[in-house]
Design a protein around this ligand. Structure first.
Ligand code: ADP
Length: 246
């Protein structure tokens, strides 16, 4: 589904932000990307979304190798990966539903089908009643849900979100996370960058931790633990939680 092989990323002539990163994420996983500011969490997500290219190494997303993606294959990747960046890039001079219709404009869908899809996306995030409102009238949590609706309207197999709960109160953050969990439950592979270890531990099943110059994967810790444990039974009991020093 997503595979990184010895991926390096630097910007310009600068130092490597990500250095020699390899992992595989299977369909339907829910991965939390942790790490201090500036560590490279957004960079990792942008590489998966094809918004940045690796400096070295190989990236496969949904069967496509990204390092030599032809311009013709790019729209396919755009549909396969729903992206929610920190700046939601909502269009404030358009209505809520027009914002959700935007990614469908290039798909050539008939207008009535596109509107039905956009309405279904708004319904999934609980914003049906606001479809004609301008985004400026929405609360922070509602704007985040609108960004999610826009990211999932093309029914992507993968959803990536960069700090989607950063400026929200606890209750609203939980509501946003349960929207992600709902999509994940129906099979959408989900990767979320966040600073909020406690909140993410409630939802994610795997954690990547990026520190400057270092990458750790909770799945590797589990694999190492299973090699070192005497019996599977004890492994089950001591399965490390994702917040546990990853
Ligand atoms: P995080 O999401 O963990 O805060 P980022 O991936 O945004 O980290 O950034 C990692 C590092 O890469 C930072 O030092 C940042 O300044 C740098 N960086 C990010 N994007 C660019 C860019 N387009 N050009 C140059 N440097 C960048």
């Amino acid at each position: 589904m997503i595979e990184f092989q010895h991926v390096f990323k630097s910007y310009g002539q600068g130092r490597s932000i990500l250095a020699d990163i390899s992992f595989k994420v299977s369909a339907g996983e829910f991965v939390y990307v942790a790490g201090p500011s500036g560590a490279g969490k957004s960079t990792l997500l942008k590489l998966i979304g094809g918004l940045e290219a690796p400096s070295r190494g190989s990236i496969q997303v949904n069967g496509q190798r990204l390092e030599n993606l032809s311009p013709r294959a790019r729209p396919y990747l755009r549909r396969a990966v729903g992206v929610i960046l920190q700046d939601t890039h909502l269009l404030y001079d358009r209505s809520v539903i027009d914002n959700v219709l935007l990614p469908l404009a290039v798909t050539g869908l008939a207008t009535d089908i596109a509107r039905a899809r956009a309405r279904a996306a708004l319904e999934k995030v609980g914003l049906s009643a606001k479809e004609n409102a301008p985004p400026i009238e929405l609360s922070g949590g509602e704007q985040q849900r609108l960004a999610i609706a826009r990211a999932i309207v093309n029914r992507p197999a993968i959803l990536i979100a960069d700090e989607p709960t950063a400026s929200l109160d606890r209750e609203t953050a939980r509501r946003i996370m349960s929207v992600f969990k709902d999509f994940n439950r129906v099979g959408v592979t989900t990767l979320i960058a966040s600073h909020d270890d406690d909140l993410m531990a409630e939802y994610a099943t795997r954690a990547f931790k990026i520190d400057p110059g270092r990458f750790a994967d909770s799945a590797d810790r589990r694999a190492a633990a299973s090699k070192n444990t005497v019996s599977n039974q004890s492994l089950e009991r001591h399965e490390p939680s994702i917040g546990e020093g990853v």
